[in-house]
Ligand binder design. Structure first.
Ligand code: SF4
Length: 207
């Protein structure tokens, strides 16, 4: 079963690599390896550096995020990448926003890329989903409110036809201070405690 899932993920990745559906997105497509895991992490979109590294969360935001996981789970970046499937709302770099920072994927881009996520959920059948940042949180839980109302909680959601637990995390962007000051800092710590105790995460750590 694991081999079949891995093969299905490789086929999906080949389709992703060839995708040119969004005219305003900047290729290459960025995705992680075909990790068969019950834990699915969903980011927003790659930044400007990820394409050259060929993997998601490869730059400063990733360093911060993997640091959070190392503190909570006791495993480093490479071990985490081997145990959690890393996806995103959009898989290409959207370019820079006019006001600075990275542009958010627009609704049409999100919609075009959604089919890949849908298929990843069907293949992996995750029990735990970790949306990273407000856009991914909204896409997965429907929550459009403040981060303080969702980070630090465990939600039960229906995601692409599957009942999953959701632990939302803030975006680890260096531009954001939310996760470094109260009330964000203790809420992030609460979320990471929930993550470390979750049976799907624990099972991934011993697999
Ligand atoms: S963002 Fe997704 S749908 Fe759009 S071109 Fe990239 S891989 Fe294709």
């Amino acid at each position: 079963m694991t081999d079949a899932k891995r093969r299905a993920l490789h086929l999906l990745h080949a389709e992703l690599d060839a995708c040119t559906a969004c005219p305003n997105m900047i290729r290459p497509v960025v995705h992680g390896p075909a990790v068969v895991s019950r834990v699915l992490l969903v980011g927003q979109a790659p930044g400007p550096r990820e394409g050259s590294f060929g993997r998601p969360f490869a730059w400063t935001a990733g360093k911060t995020m993997f640091g959070w996981f190392e503190g909570a789970l006791g495993i480093g970046e490479e071990a985490l990448r081997e145990r959690v499937y890393i996806a995103a709302v959009a898989r290409c770099f959207p370019g820079k926003a006019k006001g600075g920072g990275d542009r958010k994927p627009d609704p049409a881009e999100i919609s075009r890329c959604r089919g890949f996520l849908e298929r990843e959920v069907a293949i992996l059948q995750p029990d735990l989903v970790l949306p990273i940042g407000a856009l991914a949180i909204e896409q997965i839980t429907g929550h459009k409110g403040k981060l303080v109302d969702i980070v630090g909680t465990l939600r039960r959601c229906r995601y692409h036809g599957r009942e999953v637990d959701v632990i939302a995390l803030p975006h680890p962007s260096g531009a954001s201070t939310w996760h470094r000051t109260a009330p964000g800092k203790p809420l992030l710590e609460a979320a990471l405690t929930l993550l470390a105790r979750h049976p799907a995460m624990q099972a991934s750590l011993v697999a």
